[in-house]
Design a protein around this ligand. Sequence first.
Ligand code: 0WD
Length: 251
Amino acid sequence: MQGKRGVVLGVANNRSIAWGIAKAARAAGAEIALTYQGDALKKRVEPLAAELGGLVLGHCDVTDPATIDAVFDVLKEKWGKIDFVVHAIAFSDKDQLDGRYIETTQDNFSKSMLISCYSLTAIAQRAEKLMTDGGSIITLTYYGAEKWMPHYNVMGVAKAALEASVRYLAADLGEKNIRVNAISAGPIKTLAASGIGDFRYILKWNEYNAPLRRTVTIDEVGDSALYLLSDMSRGVTGEVHHVDSGYHVVG
Ligand code: 0WD
């Protein structure tokens, strides 16, 4: 990754999957830029960026396109071009990540789709302009996109649409040698995951049933992401790569 530069969106703290990916990319020689969502996360993200000797691009809330433009303007000014983007952003009202999917409100459906799905496309639109030598874009998804999972509800629907977006974006951007892939990570205890009902049970269930008989760590997701971000995967696009201790062959 020496000589490569990229932006990682979705670091909330040092337990975030995005942080595992940022660390792995940095350790392999890449230069990293981070964004944060709001002042509360700024205080957490700034020291993490410093740990990687990276840039902090500023506040980015994907529901506000002006803030996406602003961080890509900073990227353009500082680096001119970029080589990779990590999109690790998702949101649903916590009270609808419990119980029945059928109770999802129109408002939360729209918000979840905008933040968890459309934002990848919004970011790809900006990234395309800066990936003048080709590039790699990755996003994070979950098995609940493929199969019903308890409590995942509207997020499963949003992740299914996200995975479809990966395929359509891959087709649009392929002629510019920009690759778009997803990692389907097994359950990991993060801030976002703590909003999902019975999450501890889901972790245990994976531990008992996944082929590797354990859950995965953010560092393991980071190492797999490294492959997708680097030229090692130069022939791979439109793919959903499972990093889940093999759970998807069982569930
Ligand atoms: O088990 C898990 N933790 C899995 C997570 C398994 C498989 C996939 N994933 C996915 C998530 O769905 C998400 O897409 O990985 C991605 C990263 O999630 P994470 O690392 O589990 O969670 P977290 O550390 O909370 O980071 C997600 C961040 C937000 O954090 P909070 O918890 O404050 O919502 O997404 C960001 C924010 O930093 N985010 C936004 N960023 C910009 N604009 C927005 C927004 N509107 N909303 C959330």
